[in-house]
Design a protein around this ligand. Structure first.
Ligand SMILES: Nc1ncnc2c1ncn2[C@@H]1O[C@H](COP(=O)(O)OP(=O)(O)OP(=O)(O)O)[C@@H](O)[C@H]1O
Ligand SMILES: [Mg+2]
Length: 210
């Protein structure tokens, strides 16, 4: 399954979630962001004597497409898309089996989500496919309980579907990265629980999609 973490807006947690998911699933990451943040985190991981993560940086759209030419369904990979619109990022949305779109539960986020939805709509029309993005509420206030405003909003978008898992703002998510670790490598904690729930939901979506 090709899992793409994408949003045309920056700073929503794409790289953070890609990192923790890749470690939890023990799969490579294709990093489409020229900032290469994850390489830095991976170097800390290597320096701390943990098993290195495989990070792939395709140099061109054709090299990127080549990676997925004859992709076997049972092989998993994560694509971390940069927070901007580009041909390569659109291609990632097109080739993926599952698109996860992190979003904060703030009404001010809706402009960014609208823009991203427009990109998906254009792409779906152009490629004659129905691309769905699974919106994941991320970095939310740990004491928040009511997400009805976001639920209602997401409901209005044909190409969006809200995920059941909710990921809160937790220090474990960035502190582990500073040590080159994934939250699933911790003994316990709420961040680990949330990430495991996310993995479970991803696997279920994979099964439903056959
Ligand atoms: N659940 C979370 N808990 C704590 N911090 C978080 C969480 N999600 C994201 N952050 C923080 O938010 C910031 C932005 O995250 P990240 O770099 O992953 O975003 P991004 O979408 O990849 O951005 P860009 O589009 O620029 O690549 C980081 O400082 C990250 O540590
Ligand atoms: Mg990023």
């Amino acid at each position: 399954m090709i899992i793409t973490v994408a949003h045309s807006k920056g700073g929503v947690g794409k790289s953070l979630l890609s990192w923790h998911l890749a470690i939890a699933l023990k799969v490579p990451i294709v990093d489409l962001d020229f900032q290469k943040t994850l390489v830095y985190t991976n170097n800390i991981r290597i320096a701390n004597k943990h098993k290195s993560l495989e990070i792939i940086h395709p140099a061109s759209v054709s090299e990127f497409i080549g990676l997925f030419d004859s992709w076997e369904d049972d092989k998993n990979i994560i694509i971390d898309v940069g927070g901007f619109d580009s041909n390569m990022n659109r291609m990632a949305l097109y080739v993926s089996d599952l698109v996860i779109t992190p979003a904060v539960d703030r009404i001010t986020e809706i402009a960014g989500l609208s823009k991203f939805h427009q990109i998906i709509t254009e792409l779906s029309d152009k490629m004659q496919v129905d691309i769905k993005a699974h919106v994941l509420l991320n970095d939310v206030n740990p004491i928040a309980k009511d997400f009805s405003v976001m639920e209602d909003l997401i409901d209005n978008y044909e190409h969006f579907e809200l995920m059941n898992t909710i990921v809160a703002h937790r220090a474990d998510f960035f502190k582990t990265m500073e040590e080159g670790l994934g939250v699933t490598e911790l003994d316990k904690g709420k961040a680990k629980k949330e990430l495991k729930k996310l993995v479970k939901e991803i696997k279920n979506i994979g099964k439903e999609n056959g």
